[in-house]
Design a binder for this molecule. Structure first.
Ligand code: FEO
Length: 406
């Protein structure tokens, strides 16, 4: 794969990690990319971000198709996380004259990661003139780390926002419209749900800051996945607006694990009951479903219904593991409910209830528990319990109205 022209004077020169299957502990079945961009001015050449260290030869090979790496004058570190920054030293060996810049919070982190490397600070008042192209900077703390920064080139109307607008997706194509906007937006949602969900307010603020700065973007070139242009920009920005506003639908996720299929049977009966009330429902066995899949489906769901049989007086570890994963993502404004089966003592639903409440779920029904193997009557009762949860979902989603006596 060659260097790819992104916009006037800007080239994609990153690395494609086709085989990455785990990032931050969540599954990435499509792999990812570590995007880096060359900005070619008449007087200076800048490289925006580098790549994960093993991908440096790939990066340098692509840079060499456009300029000799030794001609690079400036390296912008938009984000110090090692997927973008761990290869910096090896890149610098090929461009020894390059000055390195980062945000105020990024400077000490880059220096620490790279054993005292000299780094200059840039901020919103700085403009670096490359000759016919200029670089403008905006610190964007917690999108995704305290050091995160956006870089903008107004002459090419190109925003390079690092993790923002990224997706974990390796592909031969470089633009969202080339892989298909529906797929690109789906992957954008998976990334948002599993990385940026707890940072939604900061992401919304970042989009506002770009607008306030008057940065008009014909191209949004993130550090992961495909690049947005044309209609894709509107689709991506609209999706972010919906997710950062935590816009929820009348929809439930039933997530569970099972030991001897009793909890599995209850889960299916409960899902039937939820669907019978006209509420959208998805059902996932946590022992076989990637956490990223469940979490991305939860992104617009108003309720999470969690089930487990009792083992050693508590929930199965697959369920506990998922709730631990979810706790870090801080899903807000959602209802919760729990169900499960037991052989003699029980305990799983009590433990799940406590864990879900600690995460912030508002429990909307008494736990549904069933001893040993569910009978036909038990399954009817589970279905009715599912209907009850669905009615709570619809009530919570209904617009508030003032009662008026006729
Ligand atoms: Fe892609 Fe926060 O690093």
């Amino acid at each position: 794969m060659r260097a790819v022209s992104v916009s006037d004077g800007i080239w994609w020169v990153g690395g494609v990690d086709w085989n990455l299957r785990d990032f931050h502990g969540y599954e990435t079945p499509r792999g990812t990319t570590y995007n880096a961009y060359l900005v070619i001015g008449s007087e200076q050449v800048a490289l925006i971000d580098t790549v994960k260290d093993p991908f440096v030869p790939e990066l340098l090979s692509r840079i060499s198709e456009v300029v000799d790496p030794s001609e690079i004058d400036l390296i912008v570190v938009n984000h110090v996380e090692p997927d973008h920054n761990s290869g910096l030293r090896h890149v610098m060996a090929a461009c020894p004259n390059a000055r390195v810049v980062a945000s105020k919070a990024g400077v000490p982190s880059v220096a620490e990661y790279h054993d005292g490397l000299a780094v200059d600070e840039v901020g919103p008042d700085d403009v670096i003139d490359l000759g016919g192209k200029s670089l403008h900077f905006m610190p964007m703390p917690m999108v995704h780390w305290p050091d995160s920064m956006f870089t903008f080139c107004p002459e090419s109307a190109t925003l390079m926002p690092n993790d923002a607008f990224g997706q974990h997706m390796a592909s031969a194509e470089r633009f969202a419209d080339e892989v298909g906007l529906d797929l690109a937006v789906t992957e954008l949602g998976i990334y948002y749900a599993n990385i940026l969900m707890p940072l939604g307010k900061m992401v919304a603020k970042a989009v506002e800051k770009v607008t306030e700065a008057g940065w008009v973007c014909d191209v949004i070139a993130p550090s992961h996945g495909v690049i947005w242009r044309g209609e894709g920009i509107g689709r991506a920005v609209a999706a972010y607006a919906k997710w950062t506003a935590n816009t929820l639908a009348d929809k439930a996720i039933v997530a569970y694990a099972t030991m001897w299929e009793s909890t599995d049977a209850l889960a299916k009966a409960i899902a039937d009951g939820i669907a019978a009330e006209g509420v959208d429902v998805s059902l996932y066995d946590l022992s076989v479903t990637p956490v990223a899949t469940v979490t991305s489906d939860l992104l617009d769901a108003r309720a999470l219904v969690v089930g487990s049989p009792t083992l050693h007086h508590g929930m199965l570890y697959k369920v506990a593991g998922y709730l631990h994963y979810l706790a870090g993502l801080k899903p807000a404004g959602r209802l919760g409910a729990t169900f499960g089966s037991f052989g003699w003592g029980g305990g799983a639903t009590k433990q799940i209830t406590e864990r879900m409440e600690s995460i912030g779920f508002a429990m909307c029904a008494e736990p549904f528990t069933e001893k040993f193997r569910p009978t036909a009557e038990d399954l009817v009762a589970a279905q009715e319990w599912g209907r009850q949860v669905a009615r709570a979902i619809k009530d919570a989603g209904a617009p508030a109205t003032d009662a008026v006596d006729a």
